[in-house]
Design a binder for this molecule. Structure first.
Ligand code: ADP
Ligand code: MG
Length: 462
């Protein structure tokens, strides 16, 4: 039982290192605000790129016609057809297909990736009924949701800053991703034109606003994490173009790359970062998003197996495989409500080939899930507080003010312990009075609809 004590020591240490008391979260939020200012002041002024999106008008609701959207995220990509019916008809219809991105394409060449995407797009279009046929000479228009940092040069062009999540294709970096997609479509003879290039956060903001007019920010918690919000154009010193009529500009924060000495970082995080495809980058994302939570848990369990024989005398070989423990499995264990923690037992058996675990062991695993998830959720809440502060919405100014934040992503959608903790922490951070003015909505697949809406409002035919 010396070994058990040693295992508990590791858990306790993890808990202490991951602690996120309110005072710390407020420091994180303040650091986020500082970086937001710096990123808006000059290109390269901060780890936060604070990218100008060229979206200075969100959808009005008058958009009409059939538009397409293509959403390239971290794990899946989706093709959508959205039929917009204007003020009266609203969203008439939407259809989509979703395909997993073959992992080998994430590290292949640009042409291979974009050819694959174009082929799927071509399949989708070739299967559609005659009612969607366009008048001769008119091209189908597409909103391209591309969830990676892009330095936009217009609403429909932009160069890739760097890949994130599991992608690493060197020859795309610095290239215009719309040109890449367009030439792949051309090679396949697909008659489509990209009329808007949007980040998924911006799509979610646009899609969210279509249904809730008070949406001013969007946060994605999926494979990765990012946020966008509506900024005053006057407050963007690095913007030298003409001031938009609306006086506003949507900013894609690329908050995944945020880092601060206030972030609680453990030895497991440091090792995971060092061994990642993008060491030193996306530090905040690596603490809060779905790609990484399960992997952090795996690393703690591995240490417990190695140093405290937590799973018996031998270290289970599967436990040594990076990313073998996925966040959906972690969340299934965390949500296990059975008295004998059967789900935990089954996951350990099926994924890690660890048999016959005791109830005591399973309970410790749930405790660790809680530590890793709560740190992520609470840090994400701190980021949201940063945005509220930057927008001056962290205090009550007039009674009527309502701040709606559109949230989306598989982590937020499916990991309810995480999303509940996130929402509770926002309340805790802003206090009771302000918390009544803040509404969080789940913008389910808002980014696809949002991209189609932006394609519509930037159509070359209107
Ligand atoms: P993407 O971020 O790739 O565009 P999604 O928004 O659908 O795609 O998010 C997918 C991610 O959400 C997965 O990589 C995973 O980390 C997380 N996720 C999916 N299902 C669950 C689940 N049941 N519990 C926890 N996390 C989940
Ligand atoms: Mg996505």
């Amino acid at each position: 039982e010396r070994k058990w004590a040693r295992a508990m020591e590791i858990v306790k240490e993890m808990e202490e290192k991951c602690a996120t008391p309110i005072a710390k979260l407020k420091q994180v939020a303040d650091a986020m605000v500082v970086e937001m200012h710096a990123g808006l002041a000059s290109e390269g002024g901060s780890k936060l790129k604070m990218l100008i999106t060229f979206v200075d008008n969100l959808p009005t609701g008058n958009e009409e016609g059939v538009f397409y959207a293509l959403d390239l995220g971290g794990t899946n990509f989706r093709v959508l057809r959205v039929h917009l019916g204007g003020k009266e008809g609203r969203l008439v219809n939407q259809e989509f297909t979703e395909v997993a991105i073959p992992p080998n394409l994430m590290v292949a060449t640009s042409d291979e990736l974009f050819d694959y995407i174009a082929a799927e797009l071509g399949k989708f279009v070739s299967q559609e009924s005659l009612e969607f046929e366009l008048p001769p000479g008119r091209l189908r228009e597409l909103g391209f949701t591309f969830s990676f940092p892009v330095l936009q040069t217009s609403i429909a062009s932009g160069t890739l800053v760097r890949w994130t999540k599991g992608f690493n294709i060197e020859d795309t970096v610095g290239q215009d991703v719309v040109a890449k997609l367009s030439s792949a479509m051309k090679r396949r003879g697909i008659d489509m034109r990209v009329s808007a290039l949007v980040n998924d956060t911006v799509g979610t903001l646009a899609g969210g606003q279509y249904f809730h007019s008070d949406v001013v920010a969007a946060v994605i918690l999926g494979t990765g994490s990012n946020a966008a919000y509506v900024e005053r154009a006057q407050a963007i010193p690095k913007w030298h173009g003409p001031l938009p009529k609306s006086g506003e500009m949507v900013i894609n924060m690329e908050w995944g790359n945020f880092r601060s000495s206030h972030l609680p970082i453990t030895e497991y995080d440091t090792a995971m970062d060092t061994e990642s495809l993008n060491p030193g980058d996306q530090i905040y994302e690596k603490l809060i998003s779905g790609m990484y939570l399960g992997e952090i848990l795996r690393r703690v369990l591995l240490k417990m197996a190695e140093e405290a024989a937590f799973f018996g005398d031998n270290v289970p070989p599967k436990l040594r495989i990076p990313f073998v423990l996925r966040t959906p499995d972690m969340s299934a264990m965390h949500h296990d409500g059975s008295s004998d923690l059967r789900v935990v037992g089954d996951k350990l058996k099926d994924i890690l080939e660890i048999h016959n675990t005791s109830l005591k062991t399973r309970k410790v695993i749930i405790q660790l899930c809680g530590i890793v998830a709560a740190r992520g959720a609470r840090l994400a809440a701190a980021g949201i507080l940063g945005i509220l502060k930057k927008m001056g919405r962290d205090t009550v100014k007039d009674g009527a003010q309502r701040t709606v934040i559109a949230m989306d992503g598989g982590l937020y959608e499916h990991y309810s312990e995480y999303s509940k903790c996130l929402e509770d922490t926002i309340q805790e951070l802003v206090g009771e009075e302000v918390s009544k003015t803040i509404v969080i909505v789940h913008a389910n697949d808002g980014s696809g609809i949002g991209a189609a809406l932006l394609a519509a409002s930037h159509s070359q035919y209107e």
